[in-house]
Design a protein around this ligand. Structure first.
Ligand SMILES: Cc1cc2nc3c(=O)[nH]c(=O)nc-3n(C[C@H](O)[C@H](O)[C@H](O)COP(=O)(O)O)c2cc1C
Length: 322
């Protein structure tokens, strides 16, 4: 009999963390993810795409795991341009970002900046959907300034062949403060026509069980920071048997090594490399015996040999943990 209780788990897009290097290494060493989402692509002022964005979604860099590229567009011409580019690159599903909360984005009427304007969203979809071959999913917040906004946006999205709607039920103004609004999400379950996905603050098995209990029979979940902190989390939530402590440490070490080696080839200079790896440890240190101290040790590294010493010490402590 099919196991219907197994959750479907998506890895959320996080700029500067879940790039192609990270996603590939995660898929290889941990798995348990049904779809990875790329951080958003964007059309620049001069109409071009950033080299780093092109590289991040180039098929040759993203093979071996299911990827949904995300894009940001505040008008139909950007929407169509990006969607066409991504479909021509070989993707069948694309994700439209209606959730980015940062003012430099929202002030330009993109990301969560579109949420107070359901008519504009309708206009963009009206003009874009007939021009795009791939399927479109949408990731959104509860609103820019008020959670009432999503209630006006949902009826618009319901009118289009949107393949999935992923909701992080915080308003943009909150950024990451406060808690996700579970009551609002529950309300949306009765209003949203396409398949609905929950996103927000799932860090542990307990967080997941609470949300699962509240939103039953919801079966699809998107997780970001929880997976960066514990890359085994998806497998844990699926009820898979996890390796023992020493084997876990070995996998984490191999994962770290692969990422370090890839960034070493990609980035010029030790400074850039250490900045990048420090960002990685901001989350990765959570699995170590004293996360704060483990992170500090890495952050203090002034060169690569100091970094390597810090990392060795962190793994030593992980192996010796009782
Ligand atoms: C540093 C950072 C970068 C993010 N970048 C993106 C992004 O490019 N696109 C997007 O849709 N969401 C982005 N997000 C939001 C996450 O995808 C996710 O919705 C949010 O972190 C809540 O989920 P979580 O609690 O599981 O992390 C970002 C979040 C953070 C903290």
């Amino acid at each position: 009999m099919e196991n219907n209780s197994q959750p479907v788990i998506y890895f959320a897009p996080l700029q500067e963390s879940t790039d192609f290097v990270y996603r590939k290494a995660h898929a290889r060493h941990f798995g348990g993810i049904d779809k990875y989402f790329s951080p958003y692509l964007l059309v620049q002022k001069d109409g071009s795409l950033k080299k780093s964005h092109l590289r991040d979604t180039a098929m040759e860099n993203c093979s071996g795991y299911p990827l949904v590229p995300q894009f940001m567009a505040g008008n139909s011409s950007d929407f169509i341009f990006l969607a066409k580019y991504l479909v021509e690159s070989g993707y069948q599903e694309l994700n439209w970002n209606l959730g980015c909360p940062y003012p430099m984005v929202t002030n330009k009427g993109m990301g969560a900046g579109l949420l107070p304007s359901p008519d504009k969203i309708r206009e963009i979809l009206d003009q874009s959907i007939p021009m795009v071959k791939g399927s479109i999913s949408v990731k959104l917040r509860a609103g820019l300034a008020s959670a009432a906004e999503v209630l006006e946006v949902v009826p618009v999205l319901n009118d289009y062949p949107i393949s999935e709607i992923i909701v992080h039920p915080r308003i943009a103004r909150q950024l990451y403060s406060g808690t996700p609004d579970h009551d609002l999400f529950k309300q949306l379950q009765g209003l949203v026509r396409p398949p609905l996905v929950y996103n927000g603050d799932l860090f542990t098995r307990e967080d997941f069980e609470i949300a699962k209990g509240k939103f039953d029979p919801l079966h699809t979940w998107m997780i970001g920071r929880g997976l960066l902190r514990n890359p085994f989390l998806a497998r844990e939530l699926r009820g898979e048997q996890l390796p023992g402590r020493m084997e876990k440490a070995r996998i984490l070490e191999d994962f770290h090594q692969e990422i370090l080696e890839n960034y070493t080839t990609m980035l010029s200079g030790q400074g850039h490399l250490i900045t990048r790896m420090t960002k990685f440890w901001e989350y990765f240190s959570f699995l170590f015996p004293n996360p704060h101290k483990s992170f500090k040790r890495v952050k203090k590294s002034v060169n690569l040999s100091k970094y390597e010493i810090a990392v060795r010490e962190n793994f030593l402590q992980l192996r010796n943990e009782e």
